[in-house]
Design a protein around this ligand. Structure first.
Ligand code: VAH
Length: 274
């Protein structure tokens, strides 16, 4: 409800090019923040639909941006890397051979955004986000969803059963940092963006056990248990354990504001206040 009261809104399917273009012209859109996507775990249950939504939806947005001279933001992901990628301090430019369909759509998206920039001059820019943790919205079908569910379970039941193994190290970012990163990238001087599609960005590299320990420090008695989901564990194991985001820091001044401790404090405070 908070979102629908925040301003004008329209519901349509991104696979419908006419509907997407109509929204752009009706509201004189000058920048498309194209976030529509099936996430990693749910995409594995329907890979053809994931391609349709994630790639054909993006092409529709890029075409609208081309025809109406809009800028475009595209959220790539650490999922755009795969098992052959160096997993520690993953470089900005390195091997990208993801093995999950979600990551394949993200690499494809990065290449399409670069193509539309080079071929048509579309001001397309992107970020390779880590797992994003939000107090405002429940996640849907992602491999890093545990990092959101754990907070609500801790407050409600003082326990959480995690679908990833205790030592599964992944990059995470608190939602306010993720939103600010997109805005700062879109407002940056385009002439300085050597890696515009898409920048590694991160805020912390965390395991489920480390996140649980940080919560337990604030909620005495909270316990975590593990029942590993082999599908999501295989996806997580194919991703980097930590990103090198030095290119984003150098080219447009990226700096995260929330580390693990600050995120846990604010997530618990926000969810406790209802
Ligand atoms: C997912 N939350 O889990 C997304 C994200 C890095 C993970 O892309 O699929």
């Amino acid at each position: 409800q908070e979102l629908t009261e925040a301003g004008p809104w329209l519901a349509f399917d991104v696979r419908n090019p006419a509907a997407l273009e109509g929204a752009v012209t009706e509201h004189q859109i000058d920048a498309i923040m194209h976030l529509a996507s099936l996430l990693s775990a749910v995409a594995e249950t329907q890979p053809q639909q994931a391609w349709d939504v994630n790639v054909n939806g993006l092409i529709n947005a890029l075409e609208a941006a081309r025809r109406h001279r809009c800028a475009l933001f595209f959220p790539s992901s650490i999922a755009a890397f795969g098992p052959a990628t160096p997993p520690e301090r993953t470089p900005q430019v390195t091997v990208q051979r993801p093995t999950a369909i979600y990551g394949i759509t993200k690499v494809t998206g990065e290449l399409l955004c670069d193509y539309y920039h080079a071929r048509y001059g579309v001001d397309a820019r992107g970020l390779r986000y880590p797992g994003i943790v939000s107090a405002k919205t429940l996640p849907g079908g992602g491999t890093t969803d545990y990092a959101v569910h754990i907070f609500r379970a801790a407050l409600k039941e003082r326990r959480y059963e995690c679908f990833l193994a205790a030592d599964t190290r992944l990059d995470l970012m608190y939602m306010p940092d993720a939103v600010r990163a997109a805005i700062e990238l879109m407002e940056a001087d385009g002439a300085k963006l050597a890696h515009r599609n898409a920048y590694n960005v991160t805020a912390m590299s965390v395991t489920p056990q480390e996140l649980a320990d940080a919560i337990a420090c604030r909620l005495p008695g909270f316990t975590i248990s593990y029942r590993v989901d082999p599908v999501r564990q295989a996806i997580a194991d194919s991703w980097p354990r930590s990103l090198d985001d030095s290119a984003a820091r150098a080219e447009w001044g990226w700096r995260p504001a929330y580390d693990l401790e600050a995120m846990v404090d604010e997530m618990l405070r926000t969810l406790s206040s209802g």
